[in-house]
Write a protein that binds this ligand. Sequence first.
Ligand code: MRU
Length: 366
Amino acid sequence: MNVRVKGRRRHYRTVSFSARTNEVILIEQRKLPHTFELTRTKNFKQTARAITNMTVRGAGAIGATAAYGLAQGARAFTGKTEAAFARHIQRVYETLAAARPTAVDLVNALNEVRAAMAAGKTISQKQKLALRAAEKFANDDVAHCEAIGTHGAKLIKNGTRVLTHCNAGWLAFVDIGSATAPMYAAQAQGKNFHVYCDETRPRSQGAALTAWELAQQGVPHQVIADNAAGHLMARGEIDLVITGSDRTLGRTGEVANKIGTYTKAVLAARHNIPFYVAIPLSTLDWNLKSGKEIPIEERDEAEVQTAWGTDTRGTFRQVQIANPTSPARNPAFDVTPAELITGIITPKGIFKPKELWRERKRLGVV
Ligand code: MRU
């Protein structure tokens, strides 16, 4: 996306790679919206850490970061034997795969890069193929989001009031975003609409990231407290919900997404409001047979007990909100059942959740 940084409007991808220095280049998302900063990881361990500590976050973005991280690890190998290279690649793969558990894009990206490397006959060929495959994953992510915009824009009419949860925007992908793609496409078509961004506690990705993105793109929007959506729906002030997903089960149509998504889906069903989920193909999990099998990340209780922000002097601080002696529970994702979802917006079109399995060839299963 084009964003204005220090008075200059420039195009940035959220994730890119310097082949010259063998570094992954990331937007430091933990400092947004207060500071726009790029950061570089110098080796695969730093890349994995950047995923774990949420320097970079969002399903597609961590997929691309992991893909580049595997290429980075492969290219850093200086040993001589094929066997040592294979052991090294296994270690790089496992380190990156363990960085975060819920978004399947991460493992799908690693598998794509590893499969591409298998065609190489020498270590040097495998290293080249790894980077080519990582670049392909990143470019496909952009193309998928573009296509999601083409299919999803028709859901937004003049005057539509859209609710979105968390950040499934440009920052959560390499460019454009999934849930935001229909919004940006509708904006390019000249439609006037309004977006409500759920604040999305505990890390406030809606208030901090989606709102910043929409402001940068000039899309009219308001941040609402997580608890406000039901009230607005009951008053007829929300017409459409679009969220992203971290893992969508191809076999059942169940959708894992940021904690609070399920609550919004229940509310939307109660008020007959269409509820859509926008995903690139890398978010599809064709293996798991039930949403109960999806690994749900449990994060540090401090995220619930505290909040981050800048004070009136502009200093970035973390402040205690909860009673200091009370423990907290922090599941980061939930699973929405297929029957609460009106449609899944994919790069290949919009499908009912239960149609995904039947359409699996069109959706990339070989
Ligand atoms: O924990 P995060 O911020 O990495 O969570 C991911 C998300 O931003 C959301 O769940 C999003 O809607 C899906 S990722 C495109």
